[in-house]
Write a protein that binds this ligand. Sequence first.
Ligand SMILES: [Zn+2]
Length: 265
Amino acid sequence: MIKHSLKLPDTEHGYWFIINQGRVYLQDSQAVPCGSLANLPIDCSDMEICFIGEYQQQPCYLVVFDDRVSDEQNWHSARTLLPYGEAVFQLAARATQVALFLQTHRFCGQCGSTMRLVNWELATLCQKCGHRCYPRIAPCVLVAVIKDSEILLARSNRHKAGFFSILAGFVESAETLEQAAVREVKEEVGIDIKNLRYIGSQPWPFPHSLMTGFIADYAGGQIVCQPQEIAEAYWCDLADLPETPSIDTLSGQLIALAQQLKKSQ
Ligand SMILES: [Zn+2]
């Protein structure tokens, strides 16, 4: 459980996830600072501190560092920590998301009064109107659509030429994950799917998504790209993939799983 607004002694020892504007402080070796609070590489006195979990039997703390930073080279996206394993990435993701929550919920969205932190759960509460907020998590579906020995790959307008991935989209209000998967594939490329299978999920703190991964089979339709989102899409031979997301990401893992399914047929 996350514990916040901690007052810790200078001798407190642990891993320190120092967050500034959505970026994590990493040492020159790209390691998360570990040691006592007094010996941190930057002065974090008076900054908000939260307990966010444990790593290698050590407590892990988030420090919300609000000040302007001068040493730009030490501040990285949490994505930098993906190759260091799920546990470290997850802690960095949690730190980033909780920091964003604390920074963006200082005032009530309903009446504009100052919000206070609730002391027994991670939430902010308006003292005037009682409006309560929790850290926001935006679920997103990733769908690997398979047709025989091919996978449906698309390039979003945001990605460079030559880089392709599977389809992705945010879940809308009052929609199931499965409905979102069917709707997104239909809206983005005009394809109908069937046999939707849930595979797994991954926190994605850019800024607060939760990726959920599915594999589905082609059921019908011709590719027609939605121009606002998709630059190009095609059926790609699973044995001849272009540049796709790395295996550290859920998209990369779904593409690798589709390749394994093809081989085992
Ligand atoms: Zn209020």
